[in-house]
Design a protein around this ligand. Structure first.
Ligand code: UGA
Length: 455
C-alpha cells in the first residue's frame, strides 16, 4: 500500500521503517529539513537500536521529504505521528496535530484514504481530526476526488526496544467507526499479524512467537486503551516503589517482594522494578492528560494521581538519602551514572537525571554526569543546567563524595568496583535502579544504598 507518515520522531520513524520493511511504499514527511537530509543519507536522527540497519534493508521502499503535497497526494493510508507535548495544565498541545489534519485535507487525492492517529491524543480526537480534515478538504482541496475515514491506532512500543516491540507486538489495536477503515489497516498489518515476513537477523523473532493479536474497537475505546495501558504500567512502577519504601523500613527486600508477587500470573513480573521511578515522554504526559480528561467529566482519578505523586517523590528521595548520608551537600562532588530516562535511548525528556542534578546543584553540589549515548544531546538540551560531563564512566568516580546510578546501562554493571573505589573521596554509591550486588560492593569497600533494601 502507499503510506504516508507525518512526523519522523520515535513513533513515526519506527512505524515508517517497519512498514517499509514489510513491503509497503512509505513516504515519511517532516518539517525539519535537517532531519530529512540525515534520513536521506541513511542515518537516523534518533538513537534507537538497529533502526539504521532496518532502514538500510527497507531503503528502496522509503522516501523522506519535506514536501507535503508529494507525501500526501497519492497516499492510501496516512499516519499522523506528530508530537503532542504537555501544556502546563496537563492537556496535550494539539497544534501539530491540527496542522497535520489541515494539510491532509488540502492534499489528499487517492479515491479512499484512511487517516490514522498514531500520536497519543485526547479521547475524542478522532472526531476532531475528521472535522479538521473535512473543513480543509472543502476549503482547499483542488481535486476533491477522495473519500476519507479516520482511525485510531495507538502504539505500544518502548524506546530502546521499539523495533522488536513493533515487529513482535503483543497486539495491534485499531479503533474506527467505519468497518472499511479497520479492514484496510488489518490488510496493512497482515504480514505482521501473520508473522509472514522474514525476521531480520539482528531482531530475531522470540521463540514460539506465531502471530500478533489484532483488536478492533470503536474510536474512543482505542484512544482510551492507550491511556489506560500507560497509566496502568506507570502505577505498577509506583506501586512497587511504595512497597519498596516500606520494605526499607521493615527490613525486607523489595526486589525479592517484586519477584514473589510477579510470579502470580494475575500480577506478572514486568514493570515491578523499584527505583527512582519513571521518566520519559509518555508516562508523565499521559497520566496528566488522563487526569485532565477525568476532570472535564467531574472525575478525580485518585489512583492515577497517586501514581504520579509517588513517582515525583522517588526523585526527591535520592536527595534525602544523600542529605542523610553526607549531611552537607554544599561543595560536594556528586557523580551521575546515566542521563537518559532509560537505557538504549538518547531521549532526555523528563529524565530523572536532570531533575536530580538540578536539585543537587541548587543545594550547592557539583554534579558530574556520564552517559554512553545521550551525553551529546544533554550538552545541547541542558545548556542551562550547570552539569559537568565526564569522558567515561570511571571518571565519574574521580574525587566523588557519592555516585548515583540513574540509568541502568549495561556498561555500568561491569565497572571494576575496586578501580571505582580507589578514585572516590567518599565511598558511597546510591543505586537508583537496583543493578549492583551488595556483597561485591562491600568487598570493594563501597557503601551501597539501594532503593527498596534496608541498608
Ligand atoms: C512507554 C510504554 O512502556 C510503551 O508501551 C508506550 O508505547 C510508550 O510509553 C509510549 O506511550 O510511547 P517508554 O516510555 O519508551 O514506553 O519506556 P518504558 O520502558 O515504559 O519505561 C518508562 C520509564 O519507567 C523508564 O524511566 C523506566 O526506567 C521506568 N521503569 C520501567 C521503572 O522505573 N520500573 C520498571 O519496572 C519499568
Amino acid at each position: 500500500m502507499k503510506v504516508a507518515i507525518i512526523g519522523t520522531g520515535y513513533v513515526g520513524l519506527t512505524t515508517g521503517v517497519v512498514l517499509g520493511f514489510l513491503g509497503h511504499e512509505v513516504t515519511c514527511l517532516d518539517v525539519d529539513q535537517s532531519k530529512i537530509d540525515l534520513l536521506n543519507g541513511g542515518k537516523s536522527p534518533i538513537y534507537e537500536p538497529h533502526l539504521d540497519e532496518l532502514m538500510a534493508i527497507a531503503r528502496s521502499k522509503l522516501t523522506f521529504t519535506v514536501d507535503t503535497e508529494k507525501a500526501l497526494a497519492q497516499a492510501e493510508v496516512i499516519f499522523i505521528a506528530v508530537g503532542t507535548p504537555s501544556l502546563p495544565d496537563g492537556n496535550p498541545n494539539l497544534t501539530y496535530l491540527s496542522s497535520a489534519a489541515q494539510a491532509i485535507g488540502a492534499h489528499i487525492q487517492a479515491p479512499h484514504v484512511v487517516i490514522v492517529n498514531k500520536s497519543t491524543v485526547p479521547i475524542g480526537s478522532g472526531n476532531w481530526v475528521e472535522s479538521l480534515v473535512r473543513d480543509s478538504y472543502r476549503a482547499e482541496n483542488k481535486t476533491q476526488t477522495s473519500q476519507f475515514m479516520v482511525a485510531s491506532n495507538p502504539e505500544f512500543l518502548r524506546e530502546g526496544s521499539a523495533l522488536s516491540d513493533m515487529l513482535y507486538a503483543d497486539r495491534v489495536v485499531v479503533g474506527a467507526d467505519e468497518p472499511k477503515a479497520v479492514q484496510v489497516l488489518r490488510q496493512l498489518y497482515l504480514p505482521l499479524i501473520e508473522q509472514s515476513f522474514k525476521e531480520p537477523s539482528f531482531i530475531p523473532r522470540p521463540s514460539g512467537f506465531k502471530s500478533v493479536h489484532f483488536l478492533s474497537s470503536d474510536l474512543q475505546s482505542a484512544e482510551l486503551i492507550k491511556y489506560a495501558a500507560n497509566a496502568f504500567l506507570a502505577l505498577k512502577v509506583s506501586f512497587i516503589n511504595e512497597i519498596a519504601e516500606l520494605a526499607e523500613k521493615v527490613g525486607a527486600d523489595a526486589h525479592a517482594v517484586a519477584y514473589g508477587i510477579g510470579l502470580d500470573s494475575r500480577i506478572g513480573s514486568r514493570f515491578l522494578q523499584a527505583g527512582i521511578g519513571w521518566g520519559g515522554s509518555c508516562f508523565g504526559k499521559d497520566t496528566a492528560a488522563l487526569i485532565s480528561t477525568g476532570q472535564e467529566y467531574g472525575l478525580s482519578m485518585p489512583i492515577t494521581q497517586a501514581a504520579r505523586a509517588v513517582n515525583s517523590r522517588q526523585r526527591a528521595r535520592m536527595i534525602e538519602i544523600l542529605m542523610h548520608e553526607l549531611k552537607i551537600l554544599k561543595g560536594r562532588k556528586i557523580g551521575l551514572l546515566g542521563l537518559a530516562f532509560k537505557p538504549f535511548t538518547d531521549d532526555l525528556r523528563d529524565a530523572p537525571a536532570l531533575d536530580i542534578a538540578q536539585r543537587l546543584i541548587d543545594r550547592g553540589a557539583k554534579v558530574v554526569g556520564y552517559d554512553p549515548i545521550a551525553m551529546d544531546r544533554a550538552k545541547l538540551e541542558w545548556k542551562n543546567t550547570d552539569i559537568q560531563y565526564a569522558p567515561d564512566a570511571l571518571s565519574v568516580f574521580d574525587e566523588a563524595d557519592a555516585v548515583l546510578l540513574v540509568t541502568e546501562w549495561p556498561e555500568f554493571k561491569t565497572l571494576s568496583l575496586e578501580a571505582c573505589a580507589e578514585k572516590m573521596k567518599n565511598r558511597l554509591v546510591v543505586d537508583g535502579r537496583g543493578i549492583y550486588d551488595q556483597n561485591k560492593m562491600t568487598a570493594a569497600g563501597i557503601q551501597l544504598i539501594t532503593f527498596g533494601k534496608s541498608s
